[in-house]
Design a binder for this molecule. Structure first.
Ligand code: CP
Length: 313
């Protein structure tokens, strides 16, 4: 991510984000939460601006919450339906972007199965046009990493005292990568990654995390458990034996939750595969903050867009 006087131009990754900037995003998001409680959930801060959602990969939460966030800020929102767009006639993504800029787009939110596409588009567009990575391959999902840490801050406050475990398919998860960089920048006491060796990235030892290959060892004394979905769409072989065997070894059950601290939070970015990585009893239980992640995601996305457009915020 490029830092411009601690403001945001494009949001491609959280890897080089300062703690100061992350806290500024969180504080701005905090001020937007209240808008979601109003009868008329709208402020005019992005009136006259156009946000374009370009999702080349499926999404429920990210695309919808970006749309809601932009509409709460009074922006105009365009959702391009990729399967019915002229991409099917051979138009390149750069030509598509140029045409959408000609139509007045100010902010692009881009999701793509290929890592690096949002970065390439951010290099392509002119000054004044902003690009947000809505998830690129297994690379990064910056607003998810931010909203997950923001959710933790709502309940736990001081990252310097927290042990946080990320459980599951670390290798294919762009969410895990963004979570690790945000939690590291925030000074988290200990970040653990838990999962089978076959689902750990090759560079795991370069990251500032502790690796556990059994969930029973990894969950001891943790304050926060962040579950991940198995990303079957990014696997080209049978990396895991079967869903039932995976659940047997790494699924979060009520019994396993009791290994963590009594007040441990349970997070999941969604979509959930119940009975694969998490039991319904836990997903819907009182320690789960999964639906609050979704709600807080709107405020985080409002904050990011406003900080891009209004550099004085
Ligand atoms: N968390 C997340 O990215 O969900 P979607 O795929 O539904 O956007």
């Amino acid at each position: 991510m490029k830092k411009l006087n601690n403001n945001i131009n494009h949001l491609i990754s959280t890897d080089d984000m300062s703690q100061e900037l992350i806290i500024k995003i969180f504080d701005t998001a905090e001020s937007f939460l209240e808008i979601g409680q109003r009868d008329i959930k709208k402020v005019p801060l992005l009136r006259g601006k156009t946000v374009c959602n370009l999702f080349f990969e499926n999404s429920t939460r990210t695309r919808t919450t970006f749309e809601i966030a932009a509409k709460r800020l009074s922006a105009d929102v365009i959702n391009i339906d990729i399967p019915t767009s002229s991409q099917s006639k051979g138009e390149s993504i750069f030509d598509m972007v140029d045409n959408l800029i000609a139509m007045g787009t100010d902010i692009f939110v881009i999701r793509h199965s290929e890592a690096g596409i949002p970065k390439k588009i951010s290099n392509h567009v002119d000054v004044g046009i902003h690009v947000i990575n809505g998830g690129d391959g297994s690379n990064a999902h910056p607003t998810q990493g931010l909203l997950d840490a923001f959710t933790i801050r709502k309940y736990k406050k001081h990252f310097s005292g927290l042990t946080i475990a990320i459980v599951g398919d670390i290798q294919h998860s762009r969410v895990a990568k963004s979570e690790i960089s945000v939690l590291s920048a925030l000074g988290t006491k200990e970040i653990r990654v838990i999962g089978p060796e076959s689902l750990m990235p090759n560079n795991i030892n370069e990251l500032k995390v502790k690796v556990f290959n059994t969930i029973e060892d990894g969950l001891k004394d943790v304050d926060v458990i962040m579950m991940l979905r198995i990303q079957k769409e990014r696997m080209n072989n049978n990396t895991i034996p079967s869903e039932s065997q995976y659940f047997e070894s790494f699924g979060l059950t009520q019994k396993r939750l009791q290994i963590a601290k009594k007040d441990a939070l349970v997070l999941h970015p969604g979509p959930i595969n119940r009975g694969v990585e998490i039991d319904s009893e836990v997903a819907d239980g009182k320690q789960s903050v999964i639906l609050n992640q979704v709600k807080f995601g709107i405020a985080i996305r409002m904050a990011v867009m406003i900080m891009m457009v209004n550099k004085k915020t």
